[in-house]
Ligand binder design. Sequence first.
Ligand code: ADP
Length: 282
Amino acid sequence: MPKSPRSSSIGKALRADGVQVADLDTSATPGFKGNRAAGEKLLAERATVLSDLQEMLYANGRSGDPRSVLLILQGMDTAGKGGIVRHVIGSVDPQGVDHAAFGVPTAEERRHHYLWRIKRRLPRGGQIGVFDRSHYEDVLVVRVHDLVPPDVWGKRYGEINKWERKLVDSGMTLVKVAMFVSLDEQRKRLAQRLERPDKYWKFNPGDIDERAYWPAYQEAYQAMLDRTSTEYAPWHVLPADRKWYSRLAVTELLIGALQGLELSWPKAKFDIEEQKRRLAQA
Ligand code: ADP
């Protein structure tokens, strides 16, 4: 399958190297020059490409290939993580997708190491895993709210890097996406949740309190990008004010990851001609 120039241009444009979170233009559309209509048209086309590649990954998994893809979505409330799950992941066959959302740890989860609950939800061979929040909360919300002392969260960056190295070595491709909306855009999205009865369920009064911590979150996100964007598991920084762009960008990142696996359809484990003969007589 030929590599798409579009996919690599968006993918490259989102690499976290040197990005300053505080200076980010969250309404930008890096690597894509078109408008919303063009973006939505392209997304519809690319969703089919993603779906075909995902089917091939799944088929290989069924044949014993241990490789998998793990999409890690991080972002403040209203950044659009749920929309990515519905609109991007929703375009592929659900049996090949393993979705996990990580909220405030339960009492049981708190009794274990912070990676315990994460390890239990890793995708198996052939699957696309999707993490809506992840182990990175343990260096984000935990850091911002002093949930553990600095020397405890401080050690986690190196620990996460080492652990992710092992995952990559075992055949997992990590697609790490940090989504950023502006404070203004977040206000709009929260206001919408208060205007529409079909959005009330998404509203959490605590989200308004978290807005006061925006600078602290920016600092924590910056440290996360600086310290855990590795050559084997790089972060992508996604300006997320425009939902259509976010969805297109994540679609392209997943396509890029799957193309990188250079998949082909599994060979038949039976004699095709023989089976055709048998079928003709059956
Ligand atoms: P969402 O708000 O994404 O719909 P939830 O309300 O279920 O989902 O959970 C998200 C909340 O859980 C966020 O406020 C997040 O900061 C918090 N959270 C996630 N992981 C942790 C963690 N390890 N420690 C403390 N809080 C966490």
